[in-house]
Ligand binder design. Sequence first.
Ligand code: PGA
Length: 251
Amino acid sequence: MTRKILAAANWKMNGSRTANRAWTDSFVPRSAELACNILVCAPSVYLSDLDRAFEGTKVMLGAQDVNEHANGAYTGETAAAMLKDVGCEWVIIGHSERRTLYGDSNERVAAKCRAAHEQGLRVVLCVGETLQEREAGTTIDVVTEQLQAALNAIGPQALAAGALAYEPVWAIGTGKTATPAQAQEVHAALRDAVRAVDPESADALRILYGGSVKPANAAELFAMPDIDGALVGGAALKAEDFYSICASAQV
Ligand code: PGA
């Protein structure tokens, strides 16, 4: 089955109105030429601006996190319905920075997935092992457990309506990319875990690789059978680099 490549930008806590305008002015007019699906996940304060900038284009809009509750006394948090309200179609959940810095356990990630799914948001579920876990040989166990928590919460079909992102923690922002073969091995194991529950969803599910993806390595990653796109941090801050990564999906 052929799955269309999804190139997703994760801007993290970067940007300004001026910088974002420069990015969209450069990227958006050329985006129609790109063959892949494109998603930009931005800080929540800029989502409304970007919804306007992407209107009528093929660039989809996403947030970087969501609160697990529907509304109420959760100072500083953002609900799934609010993300929908400002034009988001997608949300990243379970990024390793949230897991390590903000205590997003598998249980909380599952609750966030449920909240997003209830509002019809498509989830980019992030999983990944630390260097210690890789060296201890537990990579597949760790990522499978992370996947399972979300899978139990929203089921395989909702997962396949979104995407799964394999992001080895040791490769994020470090310049160290997993080799295409290393990534492929984990992606295949993740797809097998979904296949055990629902083969059709497993075939449809896009599994993105994330961790120091750049124009120079995107094509070789996309060439692997179970790598269906990328979640791009640092390199997505430059419109030119993100465009090159998207263009790598043509070949
Ligand atoms: P990076 O980040 O591309 O800067 O390594 C990827 C991510 O954290 O999603």
